[in-house]
Design a protein around this ligand. Sequence first.
Ligand SMILES: [Zn+2]
Length: 207
Amino acid sequence: MSINQTSIEEIKTRIDIEEVVSDFVSLKRKGQNLWACCPFHDEKTPSFSVAPTKGIFKCFGCGKAGDAIEFVKEIEGLNYIEAMRYLGKKYGIQLEEVEDTPEELVQQSLRESLFIVLGFAKDYFHDLLLNQSEGQSIGLSYFRERGYNQQIIKDFELGYSLDRWDGFLVEALEMGYTKKTLAAAGLIIEKEEKTYDRFRGRVMFPI
Ligand SMILES: [Zn+2]
């Protein structure tokens, strides 16, 4: 759910900070600016000022400052969208809220799936490097020869992929990941009805 950008622009052009702030504190004009006792901290002499021409407020006591939207957020404890809804209501502007499209929802869930499956792959390859005999004899000795110590290997979660066509694929399918997600993540290759691991018999550096 998000707010249509044109409604936001419409509200912004209509906002009058003097009107917005006056709903909460009574402002007194002094020179170009308006003054009041600050609604955000306790005080007896006014140090809260509003500059109507600039559309901003600032308290010289506690330092709170911002525009009318920020003022509404602070004083009502709202987030940005809630503050825009509040202001839309005040100025009688209908906020057009747009639902995310089905396509956007699919993209979002794909991104989440990829994130999860890449995490699984990283753990899988890291575990092989540390705990599996082929991983230890080939992968670990490769890293050691190049001066990677145990701490670096752990910190960077380096890994090793078995010298097999489907070592990762079998494990991932068993864990319930689909071929579609695995292929989208670039972890397997699908070619002419064959599916196989992209990474075979090599050391792995996670991104
Ligand atoms: Zn203040």
